[in-house]
Every structure is written in C-alpha cells, then in structure tokens.
Design a protein around this ligand. Structure first.
Ligand SMILES: NC(=O)c1ccc[n+]([C@@H]2O[C@H](COP(=O)([O-])OP(=O)(O)OC[C@H]3O[C@@H](n4cnc5c(N)ncnc54)[C@H](O)[C@@H]3O)[C@@H](O)[C@H]2O)c1
Length: 438
C-alpha cells in the first residue's frame, strides 16, 4: 500500500499523452485542451481543472482546487500523439467527427494539423465495420508490439517528454473472454509470437505501454489490460493501469439515479434503456460482436449497485435491457431514453422517464484529460497496478480479482478524493461529524 503523505516527484517537463484512435473522443480532448490553453473555452466537466477538495473540519474553511492540492501536469505541458487506421490529421479528423464547431476548429487549425496519426496496429477481425490503410504490417504480433514500443520511444525523443501516458480511445473490439493465454506473461508473450487470435490489438498497445513503463487507461469496454498477464506485468514493472469504458451518458445517469433509489429503499421491477447514436462509435457498435462487449459493460452496473442478493424483495427480480441503435442523422449527439419501473410503500408502482440528449464526446473528453493527469500523478507517487480510485471514470471499473467493483458514483468520488488526501498526508473525511456537537 502506498504510504500516507509520501513524497511526490514534481511534474517537471513535458507530459506526452498518447491516444490510441484519433476519433471523436480523442479529437475533442485534444482540441479542447488547445482551446482552453488559448483562453477560448473552459474545462467544464474536469475534476482536475475545476473541482475543489475539502480538507480538515467543516469549520476550517479549507477547500483548495484539486490542481492546487496535488502536483498535476499543467495543460501547457501536455503534448498529444495518436495512432489511427485513417491518415487524417487531428484537424481533419475533428471536422469529420463533427463534435466541435468548425469556427472553433479553424482557430486551432495550425496546432491540430501538426498531429498526424502514427500507423495503427489493427485487425479487422476485431472491428468488423472498419477498414483503413494507415496500418502496420509485420510477421507476428510480437513484432507489432515492438513497432509500437519504437513509436513510443521516437515520440518521447522527438518531443522531449519526461513522462508519457497512453489511453485507449479507439473503437470497441469484438467480445473476447479471458482464456488460458491471458493468464501469465509467459503464455501471453508466446501467444504474441504465435499470432494467437486471443490477442486483440488493444492488448498489444497495452503491452507496449506497460513494457515502456507508461501508465495505461482503457476507455472502451474491451478486455485489453484487464487480464492477469498484463495486470501482473504492470505490478512487476511499477506501472499504473485502469479501465474500463469511460462512464458517460446513460450509464453516468444510471450510477447517479440507482444509488438514490436504493438509499430510499425503493424497489425496481425494470429498467429499459435505449439509445440512438450516429457517430462512428455507433456504427461500430451496430456490429453484434462489438455490441456484446459494450452490453456486458453496461449491464453489470445495476446488479452491483442494487445488490439483489442483499435486498431480494426490492431488487431480486428486475429486468434490465440495454439497446444501442445506429441512427446516422444524430451524429455524436446521442439521445438516450430510460424507462424505470419502480415500486414504493406497500408495493405501489411508479415510473420515471429520463430523456438525455447528450453529447457523448463532450462528456468523455474531460474524463480522458483527468485520467491522463491522474495516472501521471499516480506514477510520480510510486503507485502501480490497478488504480481502483479512478473507478469514478469507468462503466466497468477494474478491481483486484477478489473484489467486486464499486459503481456508486458518490462512493467512487469519495474514494478518489480520499486517495488524494491520503497521498498528501491529510485526514480522510468520513462525514461522521459528531465532534461538531460535543
Ligand atoms: N462518450 C463517448 O464517446 C464514449 C464513452 C464510453 C466509451 N467510449 C469508447 O471510446 C472509444 C472511442 O469512442 P469515439 O466516439 O471516439 O469513437 P470513434 O469511432 O470516433 O473513434 C475511434 C477511432 O479509433 C480508430 N481505431 C479503431 N481501431 C484502432 C486501432 N486498433 N488502432 C488505432 N486506431 C483505431 C478508428 O479509426 C476511429 O478513428 C470507443 O471504443 C467507445 O466505445 C466512448
């Protein structure tokens, strides 16, 4: 366990942020950071930039901003790089994704045009709906991993980065179950050499990151780094990792509303969620194999929050359905509907309807930024392996094998802030508060 109030290495020099995939999320975070640096916009939705943290007693009035409390990299010190299967630079890709307005992108054009994607490690078998030409070729998956490691080193040298982090912001891959080759680093490396179909491209990126001692976050629901071979390698090499699947849109709402219903001991008979979504992510998720990966990630949330085994009368028998429908006219502006059938006193039924007209990548971009900054902080603190305190950002948080994941957004936030208090040697906040009445 990391010691209380440990010495934290300062964030001196440049932090390279390597994004896998230069699509809607990546271009929105890169363009957003550029816009914020130029004073054209504000970092809304980012805890690292906007949130405060209360320290000590409520009577002390100490609530600094998180970024003034822990030493985080400055936005001016971030350098972005990316891989993608398409050759479009960041400006072209951002235009194509249609998340941000053209007038804003025009003002950032020179900076965005400089970011050209490196050749990707890609295999159509894992993302059936896409094909691109900006792709590496090699004799086997081990060679592909070595090419990624070389890309990382080249980027590090070219931009003079003192530290790097990598975030998977690429398409959702087809569903893969953990299997024998994922169990140890020896079986994993053998499988790389033998080109095993059990090794998805995302695992090759994660492996390359960990081997290069770079923290890795997984923004999609793919298994990726969530296998013993890679989590153990991360521990061995002292690398922080986290995942999976950015918690935005409908699942964010679910993890806000469900803890509220449970806290009032209101029952649930059904939760039906459906979405229409028209971006490339929606197109990829229209493929049943990619959707299966997403569905697994979205479905588990309610089970864990509501604990049907602890509250069988309230949550023992609810039906939970999640649908994603690809509907091109909406682009990135997803529309989600939730119909929630609940019951109260004496079993009387009630309904809640939520219609969330959200912008997916606008919700995801600050998450990617925060993860980059917090993972870098974790590494400078000497933290490694699974970073459960970053569960706040994920739909299916990674945990130690013996633990169930914590999905309640408010518990996750408390865990995150208490972790920051712990590493800075401040008292943890329990909200007991009896001392005020002594
Ligand atoms: N709010 C959100 O947008 C949100 C929320 C949760 C999770 N996610 C996940 O984040 C990921 C990115 O979402 P997006 O909306 O930016 O999708 P997107 O389709 O706009 O971008 C993904 C990009 O990844 C590229 N790509 C695919 N496979 C690749 C590979 N092997 N190597 C390099 N590049 C590759 C694609 O060409 C594409 O440009 C998706 O997996 C999505 O499910 C997004």
């Amino acid at each position: 366990m990391i010691a209380k109030g440990i010495e934290i290495k300062p964030p001196s020099g440049k932090l390279g942020v390597l994004l896998v995939g230069l699509g809607a999320v990546s271009t929105t975070v890169i363009a957003g950071v550029e816009a914020i640096r130029k004073g054209l916009a504000k970092p809304i939705g980012s805890l690292t930039q906007m949130a405060t943290i209360r320290l000590g007693k409520r009577t002390e009035g100490r609530s600094p901003k998180i970024k003034d409390f822990v030493p985080l990299a400055e936005l001016d010190d971030l350098i972005f790089g990316a891989w993608d299967i398409f050759e479009e630079n960041c400006y072209e890709a951002a235009l194509h994704c249609g998340v941000l307005e053209k007038t804003l992108l025009e003002q950032l054009r020179p900076e965005l045009e400089c970011i050209k994607p490196m050749r990707a490690v890609f295999d159509k078998n894992y993302v059936k709906r896409l094909s691109g030409t900006n792709v590496k070729t090699a004799n086997n998956k081990r060679e592909l991993a070595e090419m990624l490691i070389a890309d990382i080193e080249q980027f590090r040298k070219l931009h003079g980065c003192t530290r790097l982090v990598m975030i998977w912001c690429a398409s959702t891959e087809a569903y893969l179950k953990p299997s024998a080759v994922h169990q140890s680093i020896e079986t994993f490396e053998k499988a790389l050499e033998e080109n095993s179909p059990e090794i998805a491209p995302s695992m090759i990126y994660a492996y390359a990151a960990i081997k290069s001692r770079i923290p890795f976050a997984n923004g999609a629901p793919n298994l990726t780094v969530d296998i013993p071979a890679l989590t153990n390698l991360a521990i061995k090499l002292g690398v922080p990792i986290c995942g999976k699947d950015f918690k935005t849109g409908q699942t964010l709402m679910k993890t806000i509303v469900a803890p509220g219903l449970k806290s009032r001991m209101l029952g649930l008979s059904g939760w039906y969620s459906t979405n229409i979504l028209g971006n490339r992510d929606g197109e990829v998720l229209d493929d049943p194999e990619s959707f299966k990966t997403k569905e697994e990630s979205k479905l588990s949330v309610l089970e864990y929050i509501l604990q049907p085994e602890v509250y069988p009368e309230l949550y023992g028998d609810f039906s939970h359905v999640v649908r994603i429908n690809y509907y091109p006219p909406r682009g990135d502006n997803k529309e989600g509907w939730d119909n929630i059938d609940i019951f109260g006193w004496l079993g009387y039924p009630m309904q809640i309807k939520i219609n969330f007209l959200c912008r997916d990548s606008i919700l995801a971009a600050p998450i990617a930024l925060d993860l980059a900054l917090f993972l870098d902080l974790a590494q400078r603190c000497g933290m490694y392996g699974i970073q459960e305190w970053l569960s706040f950002y994920f739909k299916s948080p990674m945990t130690a094998p013996q633990l169930y994941p914590e999905h309640d957004l408010f518990i996750q936030l408390m865990k995150l802030k208490n972790t920051l208090r712990h590493i800075r040697g401040e008292e943890l906040i329990t909200h007991l508060g009896l001392e005020y009445y002594d």
